[in-house]
Ligand binder design. Structure first.
Ligand code: NAD
Length: 482
């Protein structure tokens, strides 16, 4: 792992209670942000003119909150994790559990080389087994043609490294499926691999006979795996209401449930991907590719299973492990195009795609622990409640300080519902209208009194009562209706 930010702590006590400018100040103690980067973070998520170059038929841009998960220490290095996500509680949950683990345990991470698989499908081959041998005999030529497509990648130590051939029996008969294994270095790699696969089509048709159909990267990137392991003492989970040992037992039961039941495993993995996707989006990576790979990998033994595993070590510590494909890059795609993705990568401070994948795996594992810990103790609704209530308040029309007011009232009443939020918002609006009305009336009243005083003072010898205001000035109306 790179040594950037080495020695600086990602512990940011009280970060949540700061305002955005104060959070930027605090963050600058970890990674220095230029004034224009701070401005960029606050004002222009994605300028329209860049968005217009990225996809077709652009009609605007779409914002997401960019949160920062603190407290991460992976191996011996601290990280801050940028997370673009609309779901409340994820950033808080992962930060809190990262703190527990750094105080009571340890996280390590590892990864394979960044090897992606390109697939070339050949149909109508007369003798697939014989064709398979002919293709494998031409391996050096295949690698040469592939590598001619990307001298930059080859220069960097990457490029096509190997060829595998499978004979696949399908509903449309046997097919020859050629796998091109490409080390894509710091790219996500889909474009690189697709280009190589397309360039090989003619040569492979000649070699194997038959007809080339698809030529595309596989999203089951199982040669590009990232993993993490954490070990934490049950003391981390000890609270007034909860016994640490029992929380660990609960987490082991929850894991056994997910291992045996795809209905539970899907939700278990959704929690893992809450964190990984948020990091992928923040860094401009193709999160759908990571999602597709993760779920396909989770079903690799024929049953959909959890991406993490939880066991107890001999000394009683809880041990969590994760392994999944993380085809994510530091260059290519939107990583360098999206201004906020550039800032997110700077904050993260990773120096290779391998390191990004390792951080992603670790963040997914910690997020899973955060979710399981909540599920086996207080349930997830309590943690969700405040931010959920705020979202309900905003969707019912609350803005500014009214958001907290409406949310708090719903929490006190135990009714976090859109209809109740709407009632409270209406009530506040009526109150505000009355206040504005009363203020206007008071101002008119005062200016009339001033005018009267001025007039009576300017009339020589006349000291009596000032002229009564006209009825339609409404100054005689009471200042409060209730
Ligand atoms: P890319 O083609 O934009 O960039 C990769 C290129 O950058 C390499 O070919 C290389 O020439 C160059 N490069 C410079 N420095 C490098 C370094 N240090 N390491 C590696 N390469 C370096 O990007 P890509 O990663 O090939 O493609 C990613 C894009 O492909 C994403 O936007 C993704 O959405 C899209 N995509 C995905 C799929 C899929 O997942 N099924 C399919 C098609 C396209």
């Amino acid at each position: 792992m790179s040594q950037t930010n080495k020695g600086r702590s990602s512990r940011f006590p009280g970060f949540y209670s700061l305002d955005v400018d104060e959070r930027h100040d605090r963050l600058c103690e970890f990674v220095r942000l230029a004034a224009e980067e701070r401005y960029q973070l606050k004002h222009e998520a994605l300028p329209l003119k860049i968005a217009d170059q990225m996809v077709e038929n652009v009609i605007g841009v779409f914002g997401l909150p960019l949160g920062l998960a603190a407290n991460f220490r992976i191996q011996d290095r601290d990280y801050v994790i940028p997370m673009a996500i609309e779901e409340s509680s994820v950033v808080a949950g992962v930060s809190h559990v990262a703190k527990l683990v750094r105080e009571h345990g340890r996280i390590t991470a590892h990864s394979t080389e960044p090897v992606m698989i390109g697939q070339i499908q050949i149909v109508g081959v007369a003798d697939p087994d014989e064709a398979r041998h002919r293709v494998l005999e031409a391996k050096e030529r295949i690698l040469h043609i592939a590598n001619e497509q990307d001298p930059v990648l080859v220069e960097l130590g990457g490029g096509a490294k190997d060829v595998e051939v499978r004979v696949l029996n399908t509903v449309r008969g046997p097919m020859l499926i050629i796998h091109l294994l490409v080390d894509v270095r710091d790219a996500m790699g889909a474009n690189v691999v697709n280009t190589m696969c397309e360039a090989l089509a003619l040569f492979l048709e000649g070699r194997a006979g038959g007809k080339v159909r698809l030529r595309i990267v596989s999203n089951l990137a199982d040669r590009r795996l990232a993993g993490a392991r954490l070990e934490v003492s049950p003391a981390a989970f000890e609270e007034q209401e909860w016994n640490g040992e029992d929380v660990v037992e609960g987490i082991l039961d929850a894991y056994a449930f997910a291992l045996a039941d795809p209905y539970r495993a899907a939700t278990h993995n959704k929690g893992v991907m809450n964190a990984i996707d948020a990091l992928m989006i923040a860094t401009g990576n193709d999160w759908r590719a990571v999602e597709a790979g993760a779920h396909a990998y989770a079903a690799r033994d024929g049953q959909y299973r959890p991406l993490t595993s939880w066991t107890r070590a001999a000394e009683g510590h809880l041990v969590g492990e994760i392994e999944l494909p993380v085809p994510a890059g530091l260059i290519g795609g939107a990583t360098k195009v999206h201004p906020n993705a550039r800032i997110a990568l700077k904050l993260l401070g990773v120096s290779s795609a391998k390191e990004l994948a390792e951080v992603a795996a670790a963040v997914g594992l910690v997020q899973n622990l955060a979710a399981l810990r909540s599920l086996v103790t207080e349930g997830i609704q309590r943690g969700h409640m405040i931010l959920h209530a705020r979202n309900v308040a905003m969707s019912a029309g609350a803005a500014g300080e009214a958001v907290s007011h409406v949310a708090n009232q719903m929490i006190r009443e135990g009714k976090i519902r859109f209809d109740r939020a709407r009632q409270i918002v209406r009530h506040l609006l009526k109150g505000a209208e009355r206040t504005v009305h009363d203020l206007e009336a008071r101002l008119r009243h005062e200016s009339l009194r001033e005018a009267e005083t001025r007039e009576s003072e300017s009339r020589p010898g006349k000291t009596g009562r000032a002229t009564q205001p006209q009825r339609d000035d409404k100054v005689d109306e009471p200042l409060h209706h209730e």
